[in-house]
Design a protein around this ligand. Structure first.
Ligand code: FAD
Ligand code: EPU
Length: 341
């Protein structure tokens, strides 16, 4: 398909990892940033509702999408500059995130090995400041280039301007749906600093028999851990953690701990207590329980799954029941991590 062809009534079933059979009114693929600009300047006014799509691994279509889906497929990775310690690497938004991680490992550049095997594309990584196993995108991020969806103008967002937080950025708040991210630039390490703070990594390295790990060992350990508990969207529809891990005040945490001494929680840098939502959901009895075509995964209760054929509405209804029961039992309101469209 050429970038100029706009398709109508297009199926999104294979373009979202929940495998929800939704359609969009219009659909366009973008292979070059200038083609997006051309589209935005000529005639995009006929499409007031626009949705940027990457790998579709963090969205849930509640129904058909009435506007135009702009599927970003731009490619390219380059080292912008380097010194003895760092390389500044720019990657285009349509690159598959895990392929980018592997490319960096091949260049012997460290910093994102803990983020191995996260599904999706590079351009979505800043949206929720992807994170896993003790590392977040913000730890290596320097800047990104974005295109204003109103007029096609380009803008650089610096680290500070992105306002990164846990599973959050300005692109989920004030600037939601205003920009297409074109590329991101990361500062990666030539002198590797390994992060094995997440207990499961040390355990996996020792199971693998690795005594002095390098960045590739960390990547392999993370891949093994992820494969052992997260469902593969190619086999069972899901979008990873459906909810965020909630943060509560220490005083409330003490109350909960008195009632549930085994509660799983971590202190954050801001002094709040982050509770493992998977634990809360499991304690409410949802883990591995299937209701029709939906359920919470048997190995990770935080993952909402589509066993096949569930609609977006059915998945949302199930998520709402989980929210209600966690609220009733623990007085904590879970917030959705996945973008409901
Ligand atoms: P999409 O789902 O296509 O889009 C997500 C959001 O970003 C949408 O709002 C979309 O409009 C917007 N968007 C996408 N691309 C652009 C762009 N170029 N410009 C502007 N807006 C854009 N996430 C984690 O953080 N950590 C994990 O460990 C993790 N594990 C996962 C495991 C599984 C099995 C799955 C299925 C998902 C997991 N996720 C995880 C969630 C998901 O992989 C990430 O959020 C990922 O960054 C989404 O990328 P995507 O390209 O699929 O985004
Ligand atoms: N737990 C349970 N029952 C469960 C699941 C978890 O009791 O069913 C408890 C266990 O004690 C476990 C702890 O929760 O040790 C933490 O579980 P896990 O290591 O699987 O991490 P998580 O907090 O559930 C978060 C992210 C994941 C990320 C992992 C690893 C969120 C919302 N989720 O999950 O991100 O991969 O940590 O860092 O922060 C995603 O965003 O889609 C995602 C998968």
């Amino acid at each position: 398909m050429t970038t100029s062809s706009i398709l109508e009534n297009y199926s999104l079933k294979t373009l979202n990892t929940f495998g929800v059979d939704a359609r969009c009114r219009y659909y366009i693929e973008i292979h070059q940033p200038q083609d997006l600009k051309k589209f935005l300047l000529n005639g995009s006014k006929s499409y007031p509702q626009k949705l940027i799509l990457g790998g579709g691994s963090n969205m849930l279509f509640s129904s058909d999408y009435p506007g135009i889906v702009i599927h970003i497929k731009t490619k390219g990775i380059e080292i912008l500059s380097e010194d003895d310690n760092y390389a500044y690497v720019k990657a285009s938004s349509g690159e598959v995130w895990h392929d980018f991680v592997l490319w960096c490992l091949d260049q012997n550049l460290g910093g994102i090995e803990n983020l191995s095997l996260i599904p999706g594309c590079v351009g979505a990584a800043p949206i929720q400041n992807i994170g896993a196993y003790g590392v977040e995108l913000k730890d290596v991020f320097t800047e990104l280039e974005a295109m204003d969806l109103e007029d096609g103008s380009r803008r650089i967002f610096t680290y500070d301007e992105c306002r990164f937080a846990y599973r959050d950025s300005i692109f989920k708040g004030e600037e939601k749906n205003h920009y297409a991210i074109i590329s991101i630039t990361l500062r990666l390490n030539k002198q590797h600093v390994l992060n094995t703070s997440y207990g499961a990594i040390e355990e996996e390295l020792s199971r693998m028999g690795v005594k002095s790990p390098g960045i590739r060992d960390i990547s392999n350990a993370v891949i093994n851990i992820r494969k052992s508990k997260l469902p593969d969207p190619a086999e069972i529809g899901n979008a990873g953690s459906f909810f965020k891990n909630p943060e509560i005040a220490e005083s409330y945490f003490e109350e909960l701990k008195a009632k549930h001494p085994e509660i799983v929680a971590y202190k954050t840098s801001t002094g709040m207590i982050k509770i493992a939502a998977g634990w809360l959901i499991e304690k409410c009895g949802w883990k591995g329980i299937r209701s029709g075509q939906v359920g919470m995964h048997a190995k990770q209760a935080l993952v909402l799954v589509n066993y096949g054929g569930a609609s977006g509405e059915e998945l949302i209804m199930h998520a709402d029941k989980v929210i209600e029961s966690v609220h009733e039992k623990f007085g904590i309101l879970l917030e959705k991590e996945v973008n409901v469209i």
